[in-house]
Design a protein around this ligand. Structure first.
Ligand code: DGY
Length: 328
């Protein structure tokens, strides 16, 4: 604490103003002045003398960062995914870590559907074609896509976002399959969804959408072997984390038409995207904006700020990931 008793916090990049305003009421706030992701060294320098850290999914918060400032008491990330944070190291040092679950569920599920339709009906390709002046009138075989209604939807990871995504299929009368460690009674009851093995899901689904977290068991869950199981008419959507798919295998699958197409919001080595992927017409690429609406990003900012403030008061933040810190 400084002499006024105010907690000092570092925010690694400007987030929506309502969140910063909330933080400023309770804390002395230092914000990265440049609108770019910081390097690890810059983050270490930014948290010097700080009690709290508000970080982003682009920030590498590893053991070195966590232990670089002995005053550090709380880490709040402005994201639901936290694969960029060494939570084990934070727990070992008694530092609570929080995320922003719930508020971005519908928004991310909506983006997955937007990608699904964009690929199925070749919306981006059609837009470029039309703008380029190639449209010479209706034609029987012009830019044909895939139907969505009555098809089979396969969901990899039926947590909050996977569930919201599945429920939105109701209007399209789809058969819904899912993989998850646990049974999902909501989608089983609401949609008649069936829990199956990954192989069965990949072989049977017309649309496969990934909603699993990036953990060691989901890294490269979809490789060449899995892509080859999919139907040549199938479409793969990923709004979760890039490294869940082996990107070079996906490029081969798209080039050789093992599958019809893909819609990606996330990449294996963000922000780098292989040039080859960018040349393919059967993939729609989005710049990791799953939660990117004005309303949702504002809610995420307020949630991250609230978590940080509560954690700095020595209390359990509402969205604490490592609750065991408070059980010691
Ligand atoms: C998250 O919060 O993890 C999302 O990827 C942000 O879009």
């Amino acid at each position: 604490m400084n002499k006024g008793g105010t907690r000092k916090v570092f925010v690694t990049r400007k987030i929506p103003e309502p969140g910063l305003d909330r933080l400023r009421i309770a804390c002395d706030v230092d914000i990265n002045p440049s609108d770019r992701a910081l390097t690890k060294e810059e983050i270490i320098s930014g948290i010097k003398g700080k009690d709290g850290l508000l970080c982003l999914l682009t920030d590498p918060i590893d053991q070195e960062v966590i232990t670089s400032e002995p005053r550090l008491k709380m880490i709040a990330t402005y994201a639901v995914g936290y694969d960029n944070i060494d939570v084990t190291a934070a727990t070992k040092h008694g530092i609570p870590v929080s995320n922003t679950p719930g508020v971005l569920t519908e928004t991310t599920a909506e983006l997955a559907w937007a990608l699904l339709f964009s690929v199925a009906r070749r919306i981006v390709e059609g837009d470029s074609y039309t703008r380029a002046g190639h449209f010479r009138g209706w034609a029987p075989q012009l830019m044909l896509g895939q139907d969505v209604a009555y098809k089979t939807l396969g969901i990899i990871g039926a947590g909050r976002i996977g569930t919201a995504f599945a429920l939105k299929s109701k209007g399209f009368n789809m058969t819904v399959l899912y993989t998850d460690e646990q049974r999902n009674e909501t989608i089983e009851h609401e949609l008649g969804a069936k829990k199956v093995s990954l192989a069965e899901l990949l072989k049977t689904s017309d649309y496969v959408s990934i909603h699993a977290p990036l953990i060691p068991t989901t890294h490269h869950l979809i490789r060449e072997q899995e892509l080859r199981m999919m139907k040549p008419t199938a479409i793969l959507i990923n709004t979760a984390r890039g490294p869940i798919i082996d990107e070079s295998a996906l490029i081969r699958a798209l080039k050789k038409h093992w599958i019809f197409g893909a819609g990606l919001d996330v990449y294996e080595n963000e922000p780098t995207i292989p040039d080859e992927l960018k040349t393919l017409p059967n993939v729609v690429l989005q710049p990791h904006t799953g939660s990117g609406t004005i309303e949702t990003r504002t809610k995420m900012a307020l949630m991250a700020a609230e978590n940080l403030i509560v954690g700095l008061q020595g209390k359990r933040p509402p969205n604490c990931i490592n609750t065991e810190v408070f059980q010691k």
